[in-house]
Ligand binder design. Structure first.
Ligand code: G3H
Length: 248
């Protein structure tokens, strides 16, 4: 297909003004001939720093979350309109760490995707099964339920989303899904998107979960793997750049 691949780094709660500066300068310098789109999803306090650092480059900016609300009495939340002011193009929604540690449910995740879309920000919608769910043979059921909420809430707008399949058991564990396991779930998600929109061929489905410089190429070679959502390996410029180079 002619879907351009997307490599998105998710820094999670890591970084400092000094380390961000060194990391982003190295990434920007090293990604000059990248065949894919490259983004970094950073902690909100660093958005202003990143806006300056990426200026004049091809590096895209993302957030790790977004409020489902427009504005108002929501202490601690960051709105899509605020993110937009810093040049944010992507917002991760429904990461398993938010589902697990912050009790986010499918409907809340769908509402967050809707808030992002309303402000021209592309939500990166994360779905994925736990180890117990995989072992119980429930993988397809779980990821389809998670994606269905987003489809039903966002209607025709879903052709503007990015999906990230992140098996929870593969996140930060060093255990990557095999290319076959990833492709199998990606194909299920693609079929679900096809049933919902005529434009499913355009929707990028990323893989996330211990993707690194060594395993990226074979994962990215799968027909329905359109990029990666990279945690740990996005914090090291040489590793992140090798993944970027593998995405073509
Ligand atoms: O959003 C990124 C994923 O949670 C993957 O994290 O690459 O550190 O396993 P990881």
């Amino acid at each position: 297909t002619d879907r351009k691949k997307l490599i998105a780094g998710n820094w999670k709660m890591n970084g400092s003004i000094a380390s961000n500066d060194a990391l982003v300068r190295a990434v920007v310098a090293g990604m000059k001939d990248a065949a894919c789109t490259v983004a970094v999803c950073v902690p909100a306090p660093y958005l202003a720093q990143l806006q300056l650092l990426r200026h004049g480059s091809q590096l895209e900016l993302g957030s790790q979350d977004v409020s489902p609300h427009e504005q108002g009495a929501y202490t601690g939340e960051v709105s899509a309109a605020m993110l937009k002011e810093f040049g944010v193009r992507y917002a991760i929604v429904g990461h398993s760490e938010r589902r697990q540690y912050h009790g986010e449910g499918d409907q809340q995740v769908a509402d967050k995707a809707k808030a992002a879309l309303a402000h021209g920000i592309t939500p990166i919608v994360c779905v994925g099964e736990t180890l117990a769910e995989r072992e119980a043979g429930r993988t397809e059921e779980v990821v389809k339920r998670q994606l269905a909420a987003v489809i039903h809430t966002n209607g025709h707008c879903i052709s503007e989303i990015v999906v990230a399949y992140e098996p929870v058991w593969a996140i930060g564990t060093g255990k990557t899904a095999s290319p076959e396991q990833a492709q199998q779930v990606h194909a299920v998600l693609r079929a679900q998107l096809k049933a919902a929109t005529g434009k499913a061929d355009r929707i990028a489905i990323l893989y996330g979960g211990s993707m690194n410089a060594g395993n990226a190429a074979t994962l990215l070679a799968q027909p329905d793997v359109d990029g990666g959502l990279i945690g740990g390996a996005s914090l090291k410029a040489p590793d992140f750049l090798q993944i970027i180079a593998a995405a073509r």
